[in-house]
Write a protein that binds this ligand. Sequence first.
Ligand code: ARG
Length: 566
Amino acid sequence: MDFKQHIVTRLADLTGLDKETVTNAVETPPEEKLGDLAFPCFTLARVMRKAPPLIAKELAEQLAADELIDRVEAVGGYLNFFYNRALFISDTVKAVTAAGEDWGKSDIGAGKTVLVEYSSPNIAKPFHIGHLFSTAVGNSLARIYKFLGYDVVSLNHIGDWGTQFGKLISAYKRWGDPKKIEQDPTGELLKIYVKFHDEAAKHPELEDEAREYFKRLEDGDEETTALWRYFRDQSLVEFKRIYDMLGVSFDSYNGEAFYSDKMDEAVGILRDSGLLVESDGAQVVDLSDMNMPPCIILKSDGATIYATRDIAAALYRHRTYNFHKNIYVVGIPQSLHFRQIFETMRRIGWEWSKDCVFVGFGLVKLPGKNMSTRHGDVVFLEDVLNESIEKTREIIINNGSAVDDIDDVSKKIGIGAVIYTFLKNSREKDIIFSWDTMLDFDGESAPYCMYGYARGRSILRKAQGLDYSGADMSAAVSDEAYTLVKLINGYGDAVADAADRNEPFYVNRYVTSLVKAFNKFYNTNPIMRDDVDDEVKKARLCIVDATCGVIKSALSLLGISVVESM
Ligand code: ARG
């Protein structure tokens, strides 16, 4: 039953306004005591030539309560509707039970492909905490779009091409030790890469050597290509270990190198469209009329760069996937780069470039020294995740909780806590990484939400043997039950909002409010206590069951797993 739709129809019939106008006008009142839905009468005032409070009063008198509407009140210029709570609760809980894991899903995305590019670390440069931010946001968006029925393709645009590979090859030939690299690919490759820079400062001829190696790589020379592949493969083993910990996977790892043989075509198209102009020997697209620096396509030595590869990649994606949206989850410092390439593509006449979306995120600040690092200033993701897991384990032991498998539980909570931190606020906000906040079991955190789920599951375990299906839900009506069920009802809207704005934090905020409302519910509406009437017990259990399902589903959209007890 759609309560809102029902009220819209009745209002439209009564006022003569069309349904669309009414739908756009109705709003959710700021406070629950003002009802469930409000209709502002201000626009009608002009047509009816009466004061809004008078119109509200007259409409309230004409609108009799019915099965769905408990009562209508006029307050100021607003008409406030109060739903029939018993019906709303039983209707929603029944719908959730029937839908099961599909509750909140939609088919709005059917037949449309959304590409989500995220994580995209670089080989031989640090896989830093910003890449974890991208991974958390992108993985969540991919799950959200899938939930809404889109065909989702997740892309990891690995930084595996560019002049740094010439430097790396030169460094490897001098100081490389395969044993060390295989043990710790990112750390070791970074180490010899840094050493190369130090040495090159003293011996500039090293730079020429590196340039020569990259040239050979671009020309497909066998030996350098084999080395390049070795660095890439070794790094991917490490990246995948982290992705496994996070429960993240990709449909494609085609990185920048994949487009190296696709750039000539892109450059040709740019040239033919007359967009390329010369500037200090380089070929660029002039964007000064948009107050942007030029988009460099070919450097003065004829080499292509990051932007060229991105333009070639976008064209490839368009042809391969015919995407509805091509989303890039990348840090805000690169927003100019994306504005430049999107504008360049628009000028080529690629009409689909309007469907390329830059989804930026803020910086991660690490306060003080409470984050351990293996490699000096660079924070390695695996260290962060492992530290979180260890700290969680300590908390569980100190709390004296009885859990079956402390390894599994600490891992899920520890990793969930890190992911939650990245999705807690609007993604453009900077993040201050703090263990205390992240692992605060009573605060807004993953452990808090996961505890809500575990608590619900433990109530349901206690109720084993009691058949509560088909309970009479009117026995469960209370303010707390109503608030909770209304939230459950709004799950699909929260997910749709998150997709509309590419903001997983809408789902994060949603699930946190849901757990808060659930806490309040079970603390004030006893469930398995002996003195609770059986009918009331059953009806409340139905609500607990529905809530657990939605918490689990919403957390999974964030990339966070649940545990049965903690
Ligand atoms: N590898 C880049 C970095 O770490 C991010 C890649 C972003 N994606 C792209 N299509 N340019 O900064």
